[in-house]
Design a protein around this ligand. Structure first.
Ligand SMILES: Cc1cc2nc3c(=O)[nH]c(=O)nc-3n(C[C@H](O)[C@H](O)[C@H](O)COP(=O)(O)OP(=O)(O)OC[C@H]3O[C@@H](n4cnc5c(N)ncnc54)[C@H](O)[C@@H]3O)c2cc1C
Ligand code: FES
Length: 293
């Protein structure tokens, strides 16, 4: 049964699947009817999802907002794009319209609106999912978070800029949602490790090229940790601010269980653990202590 928003502006309840569409190999877009959440969520935030009335798996899983689903310009639901990799996502892939899911959100900080200048998005693997809404907002095509008690003045959708997406996967069959980005007018640079689509090589090569040629005002990045660490380094060398969205495993999503901690630099030069679900998942890349470093 649906619950009203909590004091923190979160919503918890049961929602039903409106539609499930296969986008690429093992990759699906799930459309959920949920107007309350759709009015509050902003790009880069996430929700936790569980199968309703089922304890296997017991814990919810974090999934990013792909985009809000609007009817007559009113947000009525959420689109989630996911790769079926494990227990929950493989079962989600079997869901038919009408199937119930338990959801809570919006969670995390999200990406802040970038200045109205070129924005570079760097995505690896399934890391493109937070960026459709980021791009739509940056291009001035939609306002997000309109139903928040205190909507952000920054999120006024009034300062459009250009957006370039560098998006790399292992192989062409895993590229998901490219049409959605194209429809917005995003400049798209693709790469695959095996050369089956786009540039034959790592997406970080495309990011290095774009940093040198288009001089973006900011880089937003999401993907496997070694890729994000490499993009952070490239952006730092180019003197361009970089934000990363960490994909640490999460059990509660609301700051209670500490399963999601990441090492974040502190003003005294040391580091401390921070909970990615509440302090993130978006962090300044220069503040993250990467495992490889
Ligand atoms: C903020 C945030 C946003 C995210 N957004 C998205 C998103 O938009 N789309 C998306 O697809 N993912 C996203 N993720 C990642 C997603 O939450 C995980 O992939 C999630 O754990 C999948 O749940 P699952 O139950 O299907 O897989 P799990 O069962 O939790 O498995 C997770 C991983 O472990 C591996 N694994 C599982 N079982 C085994 C086993 N027996 N042996 C070895 N390895 C195993 C799986 O291959 C998989 O890589 C996000 C994560 C975070 C933190
Ligand atoms: S997921 Fe529980 S504290 Fe972050």
């Amino acid at each position: 049964m649906s619950q009203p928003p909590t004091a923190g502006g979160r919503w918890w309840g049961r929602v039903s699947v409106h539609e499930q569409v296969r986008l690429a190999r093992d990759t699906y877009r799930l459309r959920l009817a949920c107007p309350e959440l759709a009015r509050m969520i902003v790009p880069g935030q996430f929700v936790m999802l569980r199968l309703a009335g089922c304890n296997d798996p017991l814990l919810g899983r974090p999934l990013a907002l792909y985009d809000t689903w609007c009817v007559e310009n009113k947000p009525v639901g959420l689109d989630i794009v996911y790769l079926a990799v494990g227990k929950l996502t493989r079962r989600m892939a079997q869901l038919e319209p009408g199937a119930p899911l338990e959801i809570w959100g919006p969670l995390g900080n999200g990406f802040p609106p970038a200045p109205p200048r070129p924005l570079l998005l760097a995505a690896g693997g399934i890391g493109q999912t937070p960026f459709l809404a980021v791009a739509r907002e940056h291009l001035g095509l939609r306002r997000y978070g309109v139903g928040l008690r205190y909507p952000s003045a920054e999120r006024n959708g009034a300062s459009p800029g250009t957006v370039t997406l560098c998006y790399g996967t292992r192989t062409a069959e895993l590229l998901a949602g490219v049409d959605d980005f194209e429809a917005l007018g995003v400049n798209i640079r693709l790469s695959t490790d095996d050369g089956t689509a786009g540039y034959h090589g790592l997406v970080t090569d495309l990011v290095a090229y774009e940093l040198a040629s288009s001089r973006p005002s900011a880089v937003y990045c999401c993907g496997p940790e070694p890729m994000m660490a490499a993009v952070a380094k490239l952006a730092s060398l180019a003197g361009v601010p970089c934000l990363v969205s960490l994909e640490t495993p999460m059990a509660c999503g609301i700051g209670v269980c500490f399963s999601c901690v990441a090492r974040i630099r502190q003003p005294d030069g040391g580091w401390d653990y921070q909970r990615a679900c509440v302090a993130g998942p978006v962090f300044d890349a220069s503040q993250v202590v990467w495992d490889a470093t």
